[in-house]
Design a protein around this ligand. Structure first.
Ligand code: ATP
Length: 448
């Protein structure tokens, strides 16, 4: 801010005076926000923190699970998009079987390679920070997120069929490797931009012994609504393969009808309903699909369909006409205009390749006065530091061209469309926040 604007006053006074200029108070005491044209807004270059994890450039948050956060990466050698699950060992210790589940998931994923099973690319340990990084193939969305984006919460039959066939392919591969997934559900089925389904989350999966003669299992820790009667009844020993067939049946039921075969207000009620075996198939479901669902949701696991029977079922074989429009991958909630879910590493790439103009920054620094206003979307605001060993770099470079909407406080209705711009430099500082409703750390603007 130009010191001459408010001579002889403290920074706080100047900020307050500047705020008055933009908000103003009308005669009736109401707050008035003065509209400022976008061409009057000049962005001050900001430092953008570029994070590297080995050869990977770290982008924005993709999601958060109970075990850790998932962020986007760019492999700077192959230029492949990747995802990293960041696991804090201290947090894992607080989750029942947390460390054991992660260790098992890593050891299982390491030996798997199939188009319909998520590929684990790399695992990085940071003993000093007690963190673990699981680098995986990048997926654009998950079935659950796609279902949640439409009011009817289901896919058209032809689209559901395409996903279901890929689920059966992936599951058949897992079973051929002696692995029971035990937690098949739409939330664990990721989708790539080219519609390839990937089974993920092998945290509660079980590998049958190398010389096991049956698929007998004794534990089930999957999501309750997808559990078969034998688990709901507390049976000691049950067929692992048939558990996956059942939960794939519940998944098929869900993605084609938007409903669940069994529900309940709590897990006890839900398990009671599952163990009664009393469910119905909604009206409008074709006879062919209804028949497949009944075969997959057979109460008695011994008569429940096998994967081979599913493959041979007429509904599985049928070419379903594409009569209804597909459910698309929705834009990320934090950026509704970005329908293509563009790479979140772009700001970092920009910062890396357009270099540092810190001279200008330093000149301006004395004139910057700070105040806090809510803004949105600052991907690095709560970023974990990824620097460790010699492998990882963690440095700061300015990010020159922030998007205009960065200065509009979308979290604050009062600021929508009306940018509070003083006629001198300002830096706005926000609070730390979470991925989907993150607040901007800074957005600054000056009036020319
Ligand atoms: N490989 C990936 N590519 C893109 N996004 C991913 C990838 N893996 C996970 N995600 C996103 O991150 C979110 C969290 O994933 P994660 O596997 O940690 O947890 P979850 O399966 O949702 O929950 P939980 O671990 O509690 O069962 C997912 O919902 C998904 O949106």
């Amino acid at each position: 801010m130009d010191q001459e604007e408010f001579p002889g006053t403290s920074n706080e006074d100047q900020n307050a005076a500047a705020m008055d200029m933009f908000y103003g108070i009308a005669d009736d005491g109401d707050l008035v926000i003065h509209r400022v044209e976008s061409d009057q807004v000049v962005y001050k270059p900001q430092r953008h923190k570029v994070k590297m994890l080995g050869k990977y450039l770290v982008g924005g948050m993709l999601g958060e699970g109970s075990y850790g956060t998932v962020k986007e990466l760019l492999d700077t050698e192959s230029l492949c998009r990747r995802a990293v699950k960041i696991l804090k060992k201290r947090k894992l210790r607080k989750i029942p079987n947390g460390e054991q589940n992660v260790r098992r998931e890593i050891s299982l994923l390491k030996r798997l390679q199939h188009r319909n099973v998520i590929q684990l690319i790399d695992v990085i340990h940071n003993e000093e920070k007690q963190k673990m990084y699981m680098i995986m193939e990048y997926c654009a969305s998950e079935l659950q997120e796609m279902l949640d984006s439409v009011p009817e919460k289901k896919f058209p039959v032809w689209q559901a069929h395409g996903y279901f066939c890929q689920l059966i392919n992936g599951l058949e591969y897992l079973h051929s490797q002696g692995i029971i997934h035990k937690d098949i559900k739409p939330g664990n089925l990721l989708v790539t931009n080219d519609e390839c389904l990937k089974i993920t989350d092998l945290g509660v999966a079980e590998a049958l012994g190398q010389f096991a003669r049956t698929d007998e299992c004794r534990t089930g820790q999957g999501s309750p609504a997808f559990q078969p009667p034998e688990i709901a009844n507390g049976q000691d020993v049950f067929s692992g393969f048939k558990v996956d067939v059942w939960s794939s049946g519940v998944t098929l039921y869900n993605i084609t009808t938007g409903k669940y075969p069994y529900d309940g207000d709590n897990i006890y009620k839900l398990f009671e309903n599952i163990s009664k075996g009393d469910y119905s198939i909604p009206e409008g479901v074709s006879e062919m699909l209804s028949d497949l669902l009944k075969g997959m949701l057979a109460y008695d696991a011994t008569v429940r369909y096998t994967l081979q029977q599913i493959r041979q079922h007429p509904w599985f074989i049928k070419q379903h006409p594409r009569v209804f429009a597909s459910v698309k991958i929705p834009p990320r909630p934090e950026d509704p205009d970005d329908v293509l879910r563009t790479m979140t590493v772009i700001p970092s790439l920009h910062a890396m390749h357009y270099g540092d103009d810190s001279e200008e920054d330093e000149e301006d620094e004395d004139q910057i006065h700070e105040f806090s206003v809510p803004c949105h979307d600052e991907p690095n605001d709560e970023h974990v530091s990824l620097s460790f060993g010699n492998e990882v770099r963690d440095h700061t470079v300015p990010f020159e061209q922030r998007q205009s909407h960065d200065v509009v406080g979308e979290d604050d209705g009062a600021l929508q469309g009306a940018v509070p711009v003083p006629n001198s430099d300002y830096e706005m500082k926000g609070k730390k926040g979470k991925s989907r409703s993150r607040k901007s750390k800074f957005s600054s603007c000056k009036q020319s």
